[in-house]
Design a protein around this ligand. Structure first.
Ligand code: 5RP
Length: 219
């Protein structure tokens, strides 16, 4: 099976985690696009969606699914999103698609985070995938120096601005053995909008696409 077929498998499987009548949190990326396409078949049994990016909002609307503002809801039963890496505790690196800030905001509203990913995303230690960090422009140089002090090399993602209009750094060379500690540390640095470590908002469940079918991990 191709990687995209594995993504489609888990995108379809995640629909079973959406309760009838729910407003569902929807992430961003190629795996989530499969989820949105599968969700469209069930649009009459959901109340709508809160989306983590302009791209996902456009895809949801194109399928006739109502998109609500995050500020209009207090709780979501479930948030479905992909990951760039996930470890055996459900901690993730996210933001490869530059949507990390809104993803964390929507995840924060949700009772349950269902991560959908192909099996290549499961790792022992986070950090082989470059860590995305959304930063206010004035802080880019100082945040780059702070990562260098931790052994990481931060580079600006050329030609990319987030949906919030901010630049992104990608940090290579980090072995993130304690995701919660590093997320907490980087969150304190002035000018950091969002670090793409999801440890406080780790997955509750992960559906991994494998050639043998969907493998479910509960955390
Ligand atoms: C976007 C993300 C995505 O969930 C992550 O990049 C995985 O993407 P894909 O499903 O295309 O592999 O965090 O900001």
């Amino acid at each position: 099976m191709t990687q995209d077929q594995l993504k489609a498998l888990v995108g379809r499987a995640a629909v079973d985690f959406v309760p009838a009548g729910a407003i569902v949190g929807v992430g961003t990326g190629s795996t989530v696009n499969h989820f949105i396409d599968a969700l469209a078949q069930h649009r009459d049994r959901i109340a709508g969606a809160v989306s983590s990016s302009d791209a996902s909002s456009a895809r949801l609307r194109a399928h006739g699914i109502t998109v609500l503002e995050a500020g209009a809801v207090e709780r979501l039963p479930v948030y479905v999103d992909g990951a760039d890496e996930i470890d055996h505790r459900g901690c993730m690196i996210k933001g490869g698609g530059a949507a990390l800030t809104r993803e964390k905001i929507v995840a924060d509203l949700a009772e349950r985070f269902v991560c959908i990913a192909d099996e290549s995303k499961l790792v022992q230690v986070l950090g082989r995938y470059p860590l995305p960090v959304e930063v206010i422009p004035m802080a880019v140089a100082q945040v780059t120096r702070r990562f260098a002090a931790l052994g990481g090399t931060a580079t600006l993602r050329e030609g990319v601005r987030t949906d919030n209009g901010q630049p992104l750094l990608d940090v290579r060379g980090l072995a993130i053995t304690d995701p919660l500690a590093m997320e907490t540390e980087v969150n304190q640095w002035p000018g950091v909008v969002t670090v793409g470590i999801f440890a406080r908002h780790r997955a509750s469940v992960c559906l991994l696409g494998t050639p043998q079918g969907v493998r479910r991990l509960d955390f």
